[in-house]
Design a protein around this ligand. Structure first.
Ligand SMILES: [Zn+2]
Ligand SMILES: [Zn+2]
Length: 544
């Protein structure tokens, strides 16, 4: 459906699908206007998709118009923890501590960072003095340097002890996160429905007094319906995002049913609790005793994570963790969760601990964490980063006027040869456009293009170096890529960059197989020769 002049267009970021967060959707009139275009983003659960969950509340039993009959063109995007872009806005997602799978969002554009963290409960008890630690520290890091933090603040510190496990924060915690993260402004939200405006004002006054006593200039206010907040760049501090990022958008459902977690637990009661929680989430629990058994279990199957109890001298989880790390390759790192009475970050980092679960913990907390850990591992792949010369590269590619042209035998000849010489079922000439990889020639598959996010070739274009992946399932960069876990099920990949005379790297000549393969040197030499031919044809095409 094409957008009419004056039609509305927008994006919705939903933290989770608890009713208080999606109830407005059936009554949002612009969803019913034909020609309007909407994108809705929300966390990918282990069960139904975001679309199915939203459609659920609009079945005829509850509502006269189903989601399918809304009129507007609505697209749904299931998200895991990672990063993605909406136009010029860079968005990072982060799992929050809430009984339902919930994502916080960090938006960065024009030098401004805004973080939305709702609904969220502190992971551990809030220190009255001193700094946030562990998971709460990681939460503050996600907020780091925000110009505006919109944070859950349903309770007060006095009310909170009776509400632990409900998935919401005391105001004091929201303020502490803001302070430790160096946030400029904090909008308190998700107010307790039983609190009136006057009591909110009193709480704010109390917060303000305390901040002034501490010499803080952070602005804390209570968000209200219809409020508009303008944020301007404050100090030009750059983004702290890592260069290699996990992709947050995931079109595939992780097959958790086939996957397991390996556990080294001495405490029988805890083992039973873990086993039950995993079963509820659809993950098989495999217990081991002793390091040798752990090694065998991990080598035998693709585990989602390891959970190790650390309670010396009864059981030494740190030693097991070190042993697990010793046998791993660079590209395959099993997440290891240490269960202990307290976090020892220094020792944990040295041993290779990924995360901590501090005793005692509730069943609900365990399941919240388990879901996040499982999704982190089951839905991760790394998209090819954008090269530094991207604008120039795209200009060179487009000047060729090759994109979306008909297939030509002089290119098909090259892919046919590549497949024959390297003995692979599939060979492609892939050109990396702004948001997609488009195939000038494809041998063995009929797809004309894929999104750039999932393209293995995008890595070759970034590195400007040939890349061989003997087994994509064993490579953390690609193991959960939709092209690997779903059709065409890439296992072996070899790609050679296509570099034009002006230095622009526009794509690859690549082959792939649905079976893993040992890389061979002659393969790369043949691929290089054929890639040279492809570049010559591309230049020839332009001269003609
Ligand atoms: Zn909720
Ligand atoms: Zn809520």
């Amino acid at each position: 459906m094409s957008a009419r002049a004056g039609a509305a267009r927008g994006h919705f970021l939903i933290s989770h699908t608890h009713w208080d967060h999606i109830q407005g959707i059936p009554f949002f009139a612009p969803f019913f206007v034909p020609g309007n275009e909407w994108d809705i983003y929300g966390p990918k659960g282990l069960g139904p998709s975001l679309r199915e969950v939203l459609a659920g509340q609009m079945q005829y039993t509850y509502f006269p118009v189903t989601l399918d009959r809304c009129g507007a063109n609505i697209r749904y995007h299931d998200l895991v923890e990672g990063t993605f872009d909406i136009d010029e806005i860079k968005i990072a997602t982060h799992y929050l501590n809430h009984p339902a799978l919930t994502l916080g969002y960090r938006l960065e554009a024009d030098g401004v960072a805004v973080v939305y963290a709702c609904d969220h409960e502190p992971h551990s008890r809030i220190p009255t003095n001193g700094k946030l630690v562990g998971q709460d520290l990681r939460h503050a890091e996600f907020v780091s340097g925000a110009d505006l933090l919109i944070h859950d603040a349903q309770y007060t510190a006095e009310e909170f002890p009776a509400k632990v496990g409900w998935g919401h924060s005391p105001i004091e915690y929201a303020v502490k996160v803001g302070q430790q993260a160096g946030a400029k402004r904090v909008a308190l939200t998700h107010h307790d429905p039983l609190r009136d405006d006057e009591s909110l004002d009193r709480l704010l006054a109390r917060v303000g007094t305390r901040l002034r006593e501490n010499g803080s200039s952070m602005d804390v206010f209570a968000a209200f319906e219809g409020q508009v907040v303008e944020v301007a760049p404050s100090d030009g501090k750059g983004s702290t995002r890592p260069i290699r990022e996990f992709q947050a958008r995931t079109p595939v459902t992780p097959a958790l049913a086939e996957r397991s977690a390996v556990l080294g637990i001495a405490d029988a009661k805890m083992a039973a609790a873990l086993s039950e929680a995993m079963q509820a989430e659809g993950i098989r629990a495999e217990f081991f005793s002793g390091i040798e058994e752990a090694r065998t279990l991990i080598a035998k199957q693709r585990a989602l994570l390891a959970m190790l109890e650390h309670d010396p001298p009864r059981i030494d989880g740190m030693e097991t963790c070190r042993a697990i790390r010793r046998q791993e390759s660079d590209h395959e790192q099993l997440p290891v969760v240490m269960i202990a009475a307290r976090e020892d970050q220094a020792a944990g980092a040295a041993a290779g601990v990924t995360d901590w679960l501090v005793k005692p913990f509730s069943d609900a907390y365990l399941r919240t964490k388990l879901r996040a850990w499982a999704l982190r591992t089951a839905c991760r792949w790394i998209r090819g980063p954008i090269p530094a010369d991207e604008d120039r590269r795209l200009a060179s590619l487009r000047a060729l006027k090759i994109l979306d042209t008909e297939a030509e035998d002089r290119f098909d000849r090259i892919t046919r040869l590549a497949a024959a010489l390297l003995d692979t079922p599939i060979a492609l000439i892939s050109l990396i456009d702004e948001d997609r990889q488009w195939f000038k020639s494809c041998y063995g598959i009929k797809t004309a293009e894929t999104s750039r996010d999932v393209a293995l070739c995008a890595h070759v274009v970034y590195d400007r170096e040939p890349m061989i992946v003997p087994d994509a399932l064993l490579d953390a960069r690609f193991a959960d890529s939709p092209l690997v876990v779903d059709e065409p099920r890439v296992r072996f990949y070899a790609g050679y960059p296509l570099i034009l005379a002006d230095g622009a790297c526009i794509g690859t000549l690549c082959v792939f197989d649905t079976r893993p393969r040992a890389p061979a040197d002659p393969d790369l030499a043949r691929l290089r020769d054929l890639a040279d031919l492809a570049v010559r044809e591309i230049h020839g095409m332009n001269a003609a």
